[in-house]
Design a protein around this ligand. Structure first.
Ligand code: AMP
Ligand code: GLY
Length: 423
């Protein structure tokens, strides 16, 4: 098969790494990719939001399958575009159509869906500018902290958690006035849940599903989960508190009702569903759905999949996933993200990266890198994810940290306490 992967982050490098090992693979293309993916396939400098251009390229290279990394393409209707063109409609696509992608593309849609199908989630109500005064009285009747969520996609920045009621009123009015553009014109206000988060993933063909390894992601920039939210600073899989009993409850109470709900709504979902969960005293609640793999979760989950991922993807697209089996690596995988100084605020790009060749026993997934005149350079906030295997998360982290110390670029920062809350 000829496969095209869309995206340029650590998730896409991890997908490329795994797919490049498949016996079913003939040619692998990544658009636009990064310095890491060039070693596994051919990077194509396409503007992937130009669906027409992706279509032309796919026909030219006889692409059989497209794996969509980031959610924005899915929410923009990438799949719908391909399905509506006769010469493109037979290309297999891992990723849901626009309607299915609403699970991530609209928080209000996702919350109403969960409410309808009795899927545990924080109590909520949605408001817009015309219902500002009702929103204020709803907030007044809640206990702090106050959780405000822009309805639409806001590049991971659309959730505000505020301790002060006046701040909540103020931020709400800012959102209605366009702080997050169109995405924030509708706002979900919800109850704050206190617990420990984890990410659970399934692959589904819309009828059956395969449970992938769960992971825990560390989102804050600072140690002990302090400071600003980032795209993710590290991850661990498996998650020690996600015992088989716990996961069985997640399957029964959350995953199966979600699949059932999708079917009842007539939503034909092909791809990854990412359940962002919070464990409150042993009970899981859905914080959010995503319609793609997580990042940096992909950098720990994918290395734990022993089966041929491309074969599973064929099942996802062709609707015979129930015939496929997954084999999972028992060992733990951890990843530590090396980021640019200043991230998630402003940071420099184009710093020279050295030391990668000295790494042993870790897989270095590139998140934001490029090559210029033979030099490896930083090209984003998150730069490299150092993933390692171990018999437990402490052992795996030891390897990740030993290798992180061999890598250098000006301003490089990483959290030294990934896994701190798991012991
Ligand atoms: P989201 O973009 O929905 O994943 O939210 C970003 C982060 O905000 C989550 O990963 C949680 O850490 C936090 N968060 C979102 N909703 C809630 C909630 N209802 N209670 C507590 N924390 C939340
Ligand atoms: N690591 C969280 C995400 O991918 O959204």
């Amino acid at each position: 098969m000829n496969v095209l992967i869309l995206g340029s982050g650590g998730r896409e490098h991890a997908l490329s790494w795994k797919i490049s090992q498949s016996n079913l693979l003939k040619e692998l293309y990544i658009a636009p990719g990064n310095a890491g993916t060039t070693e596994l396939g051919r990077n194509i400098p396409l503007d992937i939001s130009d669906f027409e251009a992706v279509g032309v390229f796919s026909l030219e290279k006889k692409i059989n399958m497209i794996v969509v990394g980031p959610e924005n393409l899915l929410v923009m209707g990438f799949v719908d575009f391909f399905k509506s063109h006769d010469h493109l409609k037979d290309i297999l696509i891992v990723g849901p159509d626009r309607e299915s992608a609403m699970l991530e593309g609209s928080k209000d849609f996702a919350k109403q869906f969960m409410q309808k199908y009795d899927i545990p989630t924080a109590a909520f109500k949605s408001f817009d500018k015309d219902t500002f005064s009702e929103a204020k009285s709803f907030l007044r009747n809640m206990n702090p902290p106050y959780v405000l969520k822009a309805d639409g996609l806001a590049a991971g920045k659309g959730v505000l958690i505020l301790n002060d009621l006046d701040q909540a009123y103020y931020q709400l009015s800012e959102m209605f006035d366009g702080k997050f553009g169109e995405a924030g014109k509708k706002v979900v206000i919800e109850e704050f849940l206190s617990g420990i988060e984890l990410s659970v993933f399934v692959l589904t063909d819309g009828k059956s599903y395969i449970l992938l390894p769960e992971a825990k992601d560390y989102k804050r920039i600072g140690e002990a989960d302090t400071g600003l939210n980032t795209g993710g600073m590290g991850a661990v899989s498996p998650v020690p508190f996600a015992s088989s009993d716990f996961m069985e409850k997640v399957e029964t109470g959350i995953i199966k009702p979600t699949l059932r709900g999708l079917q009842e709504e007539g939503i034909d979902f092909h791809g990854f569903i990412f359940f962002g969960l919070i464990n409150v005293n042993g009970n899981s609640y859905v914080i959010e759905y995503n319609v793609r793999m997580g990042d940096p979760e992909a950098e720990v989950v994918i290395p734990r999949i022993k089966s041929d991922l491309l074969e599973l993807f064929v099942g996802v697209c062709e609707g015979n996933l129930c015939e496929k089996k997954i084999e999972i690596e028992n060992r733990t995988v951890t990843t530590v993200m090396l980021v640019s100084g200043g991230y998630p605020g402003s940071y420099n790009k184009g710093m020279i990266i050295s030391g990668i060749k000295k790494v042993n026993d870790s897989i270095v997934f590139h998140a934001g890198t490029r090559i210029d005149s033979g030099k490896l350079l930083t090209n984003g906030g998150r730069v490299l994810a150092v993933s390692s295997y171990g018999n437990n998360f402490q052992d795996a982290l030891e390897v990740s940290y030993a290798n992180a110390d061999k890598i250098h670029f000006e301003g490089m920062y990483f959290r030294k306490d990934i896994g701190f809350d798991l012991s």
